[in-house]
Design a protein around this ligand. Sequence first.
Ligand SMILES: Nc1ncnc2c1ncn2[C@@H]1O[C@H](COP(=O)(O)OP(=O)(O)OP(=O)(O)O)[C@@H](O)[C@H]1O
Ligand SMILES: [Mg+2]
Length: 240
Amino acid sequence: MLLDRITHSFGSGETTVTALDDVHLEVQPGEFVAVMGPSGSGKSTLLACAAGLLAPTRGTVSIGGRQLSGLNDDELTEVRRTQIGFVFQSYNLVPSLTALDNVRLPSILGGDAPDSERLQQLADRLGITDRLQHRPSQLSGGQQQRVAIARALSMVPSIVLADEPTGALDTASAHSVLDLLEEESKRGQSIVTVTHDPLVAERADRVLFLRDGAVARATDKLTAREISNVLLELIEGSAA
Ligand SMILES: Nc1ncnc2c1ncn2[C@@H]1O[C@H](COP(=O)(O)OP(=O)(O)OP(=O)(O)O)[C@@H](O)[C@H]1O
Ligand SMILES: [Mg+2]
């Protein structure tokens, strides 16, 4: 996946907000990248552009060598359904469907038969097997989050984009989600995860730090302590 120097602005005229400012990010198959930065620094906007949910104002996004801006609506929908797994910050589960049907949704929408063995494995790994017949309103926040992760991984996408995928989880569940993501990346999937948590980001191969929509720092693998130090430096830098 390539984000080739993308800028994204919301609004126009005096109320324009430049949420992303000339961000360049290339993620190879099998790479696990964490994106960090203060609230409002552009992390969710970056993921939305990468997934083709928002079109960048400038620059281009390519998935598997194909520029998203060159695709028509049907082609874009198909790329999103089959190649991109997206975990929303707010889960975005369909309230009227059971957890199982939420997980099966990407296959159902495309008219494909869901791979029930894969779904069962994901549910087991994520500890939601006994909750699959419940609707989202009957699940805890952490369970809803794990259903959203199972849905994103269900089609074996080549790219997983996750916005705070462990935000609602306790440490043990967060680690099983990270173990799962790490295994998926070892099988060749690209993973980009937004997180505020240095213990999550230290599992990634690389860390991208955003500030005010721009890349403030891009590093190789760091420990949680090193990540915390970079975050502190960035906060101190912006206060200066
Ligand atoms: N739909 C929108 N219309 C106008 N401005 C927006 C919109 N969405 C986001 N923004 C602005 O763009 C900037 C980046 O927002 P974004 O949601 O990407 O931040 P974030 O890093 O994900 O923050 P958080 O950690 O709080 O989730 C913010 O200043 C935000 O107010
Ligand atoms: Mg966000």
